[in-house]
Design a protein around this ligand. Structure first.
Ligand code: TYD
Ligand code: MG
Length: 454
């Protein structure tokens, strides 16, 4: 039987039976490429009569020690890793080109090396001189990191085998070239093969490998999504180009909680850790302005306060605009629909802009109420008092639902000098903290009692 070729999306890794201009799975354009069929060798047809060796089985109750961890000394990185680096693990660090991945990992390599680990940094993108120059600028030139500029995977693996480092950083996986695979570097097949070789090598030899992956929009090279399933930990480095804040987010972690974030600031001397992100995200805040609402959120295990800003203005266009930065566009549409259908607040003919200050990306549904308040505040031109935080989920009926970790949200707000909270009825806690809680059953009450509209 001749195996037909398969078509893989470079952006999300979905496999299709035929080529098309747009990937049905992720919606990316021009990202589908043909992949050579897997060789139909005898091993693929069936295992045949040859017997394998028997595997030792164990029970679920067998004693397991927590994995030993090494801290880098970069507290924000250690937090995202779940408390430090686990040996024999593979970590993927994805992000847009130019966001600061190489900077972060050079700093991490230097930190680990200073902590006594043997660290190797392999750059497939920059010459050693360039990396050295950056290290000097970051004040890391004295750190005992070993450096190589190489893309040949076979040579890299041989070197790692001889050098036996504790941690190897591969910057980036898309530049690596495995000579046993026939396609070009950056293709799905190459990226997968290189990632597979490096992760299995890490498990076998007990070292940690960190793979850098560029997020690609055009689909010319395979994005980090296609290897997410192979690695233990997937971190994404996010941020807006124009902002100095960078967020390292764990989207998958076999050794710790997912959704944990680390916050950094990009400065002239590299990335600086931000230990109190709430203070940072609110630092640009001045007088209470219509449309600005402070949301008491939770990112991973940590409460983070940030500001939603909305602008609502008559639209000169036939179709009114909805522009969102840092929040989900579909969720905004839902909240606008609930305001319109349940509270009688129309947004037809009005342009709506929604932004999360500081380049933060919020994913929690607990921000619904803060978004609704920002929209109402902008539309009615009524500013909320500047000492108030807001949180709560909105259901399609317009009812407000309590959210998790109310206590932590309130404590963080109090720490930063807030005195009032607007939250759903049924929210637990609130008595222990000194904050005055305004508990509200539904969105209609928000519209009437807080904004005097409807
Ligand atoms: P880089 O780490 O090369 O990004 P990536 O590896 O994700 O492509 O970072 C590139 C940007 O960071 C570049 O635009 C310059 C900026 N930068 C600073 O602002 N300060 C610094 O100290 C360094 C090293 C970089
Ligand atoms: Mg780089």
């Amino acid at each position: 039987m001749v195996k037909s070729p398969s078509f893989t999306c470079n952006a999300c890794g979905a496999v299709h039976s035929k080529w098309s201009g747009r990937c049905d799975a992720c919606g990316a354009w021009n990202s589908i490429v043909e992949e050579a069929p897997l060789s139909a060798g005898p091993a693929r047809k069936s295992l045949g009569g040859k017997r394998g060796t028997r595997i030792a089985l164990s029970s679920l109750s067998a004693e397991e020690m927590p994995p030993p961890r090494t801290r880098s000394g970069l507290a924000e990185l250690d937090r995202v890793l779940g408390g430090g680096l686990v040996p024999a693990s593979a970590i993927l660090v994805g992000g847009d080109p130019g966001i600061g991945k190489s900077t972060l990992l050079l700093q991490a390599a230097a930190s680990f090396a200073r902590a006594g680990l043997k660290a190797i940094y392999v750059s497939g993108e920059e010459a050693s001189a360039q990396v050295r120059m950056r290290a000097r600028r970051l004040g890391l030139a004295d750190a005992p990191v070993q450096l190589a500029a190489e893309t040949n995977l076979r040579d890299i693996l041989t070197t790692l085998e001889n050098e036996r480092p504790d941690i190897a950083i591969i910057d980036s996986i898309q530049t690596m070239w495995a000579d046993h695979v026939e396609s070009a570097p950056g293709s799905v097949a190459q990226v997968r093969a290189a990632a597979h070789e490096l992760t299995t090598f890490a498990k076998r030899r007990g070292l940690s490998v960190v793979l850098v992956g560029h997020v690609t929009k055009e689909g010319q090279i395979a994005g980090p999504r296609v290897i997410e399933h192979m690695v233990d930990t997937v971190l994404y480095f996010e941020g807006e180009r124009g902002h100095q804040f960078r967020i390292l987010r764990a989207v998958k972690n076999r050794f710790g909680p997912a959704d944990e974030i680390g916050v950094f600031e990009m400065t002239g001397e590299g990335l600086r850790e931000v230990t109190n992100p709430s203070a940072l995200f609110l630092s640009e805040r001045d007088n209470p302005a219509p449309g600005a609402v402070v949301f008491a959120g939770i990112e991973g295990t940590r409460p983070v306060l940030c500001e939603f800003q909305a602008l609502v203005a008559p639209s000169p266009h036939a179709q009114a605009r909805r522009t969102v930065v840092g929040w989900d566009g579909g969720r905004l549409a839902m909240i606008l629909a609930v305001l319109e259908a349940r509270c009688g607040i129309p947004f037809a003919g009005l342009d709506v802009y929604l932004n999360v200050a500081g380049g933060m990306k919020i994913q929690e549904p607990a921000a619904d109420l803060a978004v609704a308040c920002a929209l109402l505040s902008a539309r009615e031109d009524v500013a909320l008092p500047s000492d108030t935080v807001v949180f709560g989920e909105i259901s399609l009926s317009g009812a407000l639902r309590p959210v998790s970790q109310t206590e932590n949200r309130l404590k963080e707000a109090q720490k930063l000098g807030f005195t009032k909270a607007i939250a759903p009825s049924g929210s637990k806690a609130g008595t222990q903290t000194g904050l005055e809680m305004q508990k509200i059953p539904d969105l209609v009450t928000v519209v009437g009692d807080i904004f005097g509209a409807g």
